[in-house]
Design a binder for this molecule. Structure first.
Ligand SMILES: [Zn+2]
Ligand SMILES: [Zn+2]
Length: 446
């Protein structure tokens, strides 16, 4: 046997028992549209015919080759030929287990059955099979490939993954997706164990916060840090509820998920409302049992549950990238409306001055004193595009601000002891205090 792949295949079989899959896999890149088991079977068959021919021409190599095929090659045909020619057929102890896969390719049906059974608990569009192999198995294959200088081979992990993918797809009527599978079926063919890794479900939308004194996210009690104490009435929380919790509850009920994480593009202060079209958010549900949701219906459930405090709209299916985009968009333009009270009376001239000095201007803002305990002390520059002022009474005015996200609006009004420059107080030399703040809009291109 001196012709390339057949010679190599023979050397492999001479040294190790190999099943059709594992022999064929060493030549996986040769030929298209056939599985490795077919490759292995055909290579063994070709070798068997060659051996038979050698035997008939009285070449001693023939019997030797037939014995190798009958034992390490698990070939029934080779055994038959030996029997017919009245040669010693290798004992019943053969065939042994395949050196590389330990015959695990033969027990895949069991794994497929288990996988399909477990997948029944979930709604999903597509899946992917991930293979976990014992370290010793991978090492053994690597050494084998090095020993026989395998140039056209594939690794065992790939073959297990592909074959199981095809079988599970057929049984579950779902397709394999390599990029964004809903579920990853993690299989260890050697221990015959599997577990499902259910990928999160993402739903994007916008929320309005129609009331004040409602935090955006769950706010842990500062006294007990969430454990529950007398001060927080054993809730572990500073506020009984939050935008996050109000939205998450109906999502968890509907999907049967384990946990919901709330991502939003920036946040409003507890005492500020969020109006207009609402603030973009994404809710990420971990391990959802259901993902074929009627989002219109879900929107109604959330809004009913939220009871006029929060309102969601524009719900649509999203993905991880949308969360990333959301975080980046924190600096997107925002529109605010703030009700301001002045110490001294204001004039029409004052208001025009404010509009002029605060439109198209860069604000220098040091981290506000009120958040300094949890944020680094930095100076940020934020741009204001437009300011409009409306007088409501001799000492009260309503200020509309369209600015770069991240501007602290309350401090723009007060000046924060000189930490925000310029400010409403500073420009008019008249102490100004914000009474009410609303976010009107978060302008995000989607
Ligand atoms: Zn094998
Ligand atoms: Zn507490």
């Amino acid at each position: 046997m001196d012709n390339g792949i057949f010679e190599k295949a023979f050397r492999m079989l001479e040294k190790h028992p190999l099943c059709d899959h594992c022999l064929g896999r060493q030549f996986a890149l040769l030929g298209h549209g056939i599985e490795n088991s077919e490759r292995g079977r055909v290579v063994k068959l070709a070798l068997t015919l060659k051996a038979h021919a050698l035997f008939l021409s009285k070449d001693k190599g023939g019997v030797k080759l037939l014995r190798v095929l009958a034992t390490n090659g698990f070939s029934e045909i080779a055994k038959e030929i030996l029997k017919k020619m009245r040669r010693k057929v290798p004992s019943k102890k053969f065939p042994k287990k395949c050196f590389l896969c330990e015959n695990k390719f033969e027990i895949l049906e069991n794994i497929v059955k288990k996988a399909v059974e477990q997948l029944k608990d979930y709604e999903f569009n597509n899946f992917l099979v991930g293979i976990e192999l014992p370290f010793s198995v991978e090492e053994r294959e690597d050494e084998f490939k090095a020993e026989f200088e395998v140039d056209y081979g594939e690794n065992m992990r790939n073959e297990f993954g592909r074959i199981l993918g095809k079988k599970i797809a057929k049984e579950s009527c779902k397709s394999v997706d390599h990029k964004k599978p809903d579920i990853v079926v993690l299989v260890n063919p050697f221990t015959e164990t599997l577990r499902l890794q259910v990928n999160p479900l993402y739903v994007a939308g916008r929320y309005k916060k129609l009331v004040r004194d409602l935090p955006q996210s769950k706010w842990f009690c500062s006294n007990c840090r969430g454990k529950g104490c007398e001060q927080c009435n054993w809730t572990g929380k500073m506020y009984p509820e939050s935008v996050e919790e109000i939205i998450a509850k109906p999502f968890l009920d509907e999907t049967g998920g384990e946990k919901a994480s709330f991502h939003a593009s920036g946040r409003e202060d507890i005492d500020a409302r969020m109006l207009g079209k609402g603030r973009p958010f994404v809710i990420e549900v971990a391990k959802p049992k259901k993902r074929f949701l009627d989002l219109k219906k879900l929107e109604k459930s959330v809004n009913t549950y939220a009871h006029g405090k929060v309102e969601v709209s524009d719900l649509k299916f999203a993905n991880k990238n949308v969360v990333r985009k959301l975080k980046k968009a924190e600096t997107a333009q925002k529109e605010y409306l703030v009700l301001v009270e002045f110490e001294k009376k204001i004039t029409a001239k004052d208001l025009r001055l404010l509009e002029k000095k605060l439109s198209n201007v860069m604000i220098k803002q040091r981290t506000p004193l009120r958040v300094l305990h949890r944020r680094a002390d930095l100076t940020r520059e934020k741009y204001i595009y437009e300011v409009k002022v409306k007088k409501l009474s001799p000492k009260k005015a309503e200020i509309y601000i369209r600015c770069q996200g991240g501007l602290y609006v309350k401090e723009l009004v007060t000046g924060d002891e000189g930490r925000t420059v310029p400010s409403v107080s500073e420009i008019l030399e008249n102490r100004a205090e914000p009474l009410k703040l609303d976010v009107l809009n978060v302008i995000m291109s989607d």
